[in-house]
Design a protein. Structure first.
Length: 88
């Protein structure tokens, strides 16, 4: 296995773990109510995730919290700009 293949395999494995943990954990009432949606979007971009706004909306709806999708998407865009996906 080449060095590039090993890095891609490791990266893929890490992303799968992040997705698995992210999907299982859910957001609590306190997390939903205290969320800075811009920062959440920025963090998701840093971890190379696609938009999770709908997932957060489903997780926070039972707590009576509405996601600020505009702020979330703005943070996601800025994070993608600050942390571009480079193949090095």
């Amino acid at each position: 296995m080449s060095s590039i293949d090993a890095r891609l395999s490791l990266r893929t494995s890490a992303l799968l773990v992040i997705f698995a943990l992210h999907g299982c954990a859910g957001m609590s009432d306190v997390e939903c109510r205290g969320a800075n949606w811009y920062d959440v979007g920025y963090r998701d971009a840093r971890y190379k995730l696609q938009s999770q706004a709908e997932v957060y909306a489903m997780q926070c709806a039972p707590h009576g919290v509405q996601v600020d999708a505009g702020s979330y998407e703005q943070g996601l865009r800025q994070g993608r700009f600050d942390f571009p996906d480079r193949m090095t």
